[in-house]
Design a protein around this ligand. Structure first.
Ligand code: DC
Length: 223
């Protein structure tokens, strides 16, 4: 089995950027699985579906026009919805919330998990998400549960938005972080939780480099 690294954790823990860097240092591909749920969430929004209508959302999931693919350009992930590059469009708070809602449904998870497992069979990969260590790659070489306090995550998010020229009050972002945490950990089908054999990395008081290093050390220890 090729090298597989599973990184799970709540929204805003820095999974995407940390995973990108760890994968780059190891010379392997990084699959951001949240981007796949986001692309499908966007598809449901564009189709004008009521996201709470599980039957309608599930029916769309299997269809060709809702096909979510991933390809890589110079090592960077490009997320495709029915062949269209939606990598930028899926980065809004609204699409994030839509992804959180549609990812509750069993059929949606079945389709996405299958696609993710197929990709990780082909080559060494780092996957980040919510259920990688528990469901997608139960036999991953290294499993990490990357977290930070809700306040630390909201603070980082606020600074990221500010860099983009968006000024959102801290309290509002914290509320959004708590709402996403609640929805992701309380859904019926494979809620976010730490796998028993995952190593907890709390980045609340770690710098970016320290967090990357902590994960690389875990990988080295296994190799
Ligand atoms: O990591 P993210 O914020 O881009 O993920 C968007 C939503 O997708 C998240 O709120 C929950 C869902 N998700 C999931 O259920 N399972 C995954 N492996 C990845 C994301």
């Amino acid at each position: 089995m090729p090298l597989t690294i599973a990184i799970d954790g709540p929204v805003g823990a820095g999974k995407s950027t940390i995973s990108d860097e760890v994968a780059k240092r190891l010379g392997i591909l990084h699959l951001d699985t949240g981007a796949m749920y986001r692309a499908f969430g966007l598809c449901c929004m564009e189709a004008g579906l009521d996201l709470n209508d599980e039957a309608a959302v599930s029916a769309l999931c299997g269809r060709e026009e809702a096909r979510v693919d991933v390809r890589y350009e110079n090592g960077a992930q490009i997320t495709l919805l029915n062949g269209r590059n939606v990598s930028g469009l899926i980065r809004t708070q609204e699409v994030g919330m839509a992804a959180s809602t549609v990812s509750k449904y069993r059929e949606v998870r079945r389709v996405m998990v299958q696609r993710q497992q197929e990709m990780a069979k082909e080559q060494p990969m780092l996957l980040d998400g919510r259920d990688i260590g528990t469901v997608v790659l139960p036999n991953a070489t290294v499993k990490v549960y990357l977290t930070a306090t809700p306040e630390a995550r909201a603070q980082r998010r606020m600074l990221q938005l500010r860099e983009k020229g968006v000024n959102t009050p801290f309290e509002e972002i914290l509320k959004e972080v708590n709402a996403r945490d609640y929805q992701d950990t309380h859904r019926e089908v494979t809620p976010l939780r730490q796998a028993e054999d995952a190593v907890l990395v709390d980045s609340s008081n770690l710098t970016f480099d320290e967090t990357v290093q902590a994960i690389l050390s875990l990988v080295e220890a296994k190799q």
